[in-house]
Design a protein around this ligand. Sequence first.
Ligand code: UDP
Length: 314
Amino acid sequence: MERRILVAGGAGFIGSNLCARLVQDKSNYVICMDNLYTGRMQNIAPLLQLPNFKFVKHDIQQPFKTDIDQIYNAACPASPPAYAKTPMETVKTCVLGSINMLDLATENNATIMQFSTSEVYGDPAMHPQSESYWGNVNPIGLRSCYDEGKRCAETLFFDYHRQAGTRIKVIRIFNTYGPNMDPADGRVVSNFIMQALRGQDITVYGDGSQTRSFQYVDDLLNGIDRMMNHSRPEFTGPVNLGNPHEFTMLQLAEKVLQLVGGKSKIVFRPLPSDDPVKRKPDISLAQKELNNWQPTIQLEEGIQKTVAYFKTQL
Ligand code: UDP
């Protein structure tokens, strides 16, 4: 029997990779929904001809009705420059969008997964971050539209679950990279690789001592699949999905330079406000609940695959 799946934000970086994986199973019928604010048609161009794929241009701030079995809510601009440019829409996408998607899931008795984020931990006072940590978030800063929007979305998911019995799954995605990232969205991996490929200066913000840990998108998709199809529907999460391999942004700049080659030099730029000092997931819950899930693609391999993609974007 056909399984009808909605991917909200399906033309974005993670959404489009997810759609490409879901359509491989011919018993899935995948509806990709996107308002194309940061999503890009080129990400889903190879899928448009498939009989089990459909694109719908729609903004989840508005209600949406269809028969559906599973919903993935990946709709929200995710790069700091993109979400901070239209902060009111970012909050509405998180809050009104989640309400609309949760109403749709509840009416259909569908399972809905929220693509939450490590940003719910803010500038963390606990390291590494486990799901039991409540976070350290500025409610009125430049990143708050995203951080607090995503936190409120989690609240809505758990309230719908408790009050209306909605079947929910919540994943907290840590920094992720790979093909279909927008080369111009201003995030660190895309910036560094594009700068290196173009022979431009590599812009390290602050002194580059802040840390992140990056997972390759295929590792994330494996975790998403295990979470959505978990044998116990009552396992709601939230569950961290990320790569615990932590390094500084200066180390990342050096690694990209080494892998891409070329003549770029590293320059330092002011650190954006509320930029978290460090971030690294505790993935013990995912390992325990998701059949020993853990990232398997090392930074070097992942960067090489991503460089190959960005070369096609020059
Ligand atoms: N960053 C940087 N140079 C850039 C873009 C970002 O040094 O050209 C830094 C940024 O200040 C942050 C880290 O890289 O500390 C990750 O930034 P990104 O925007 O990719 O993600 P997030 O801050 O949401 O983790």
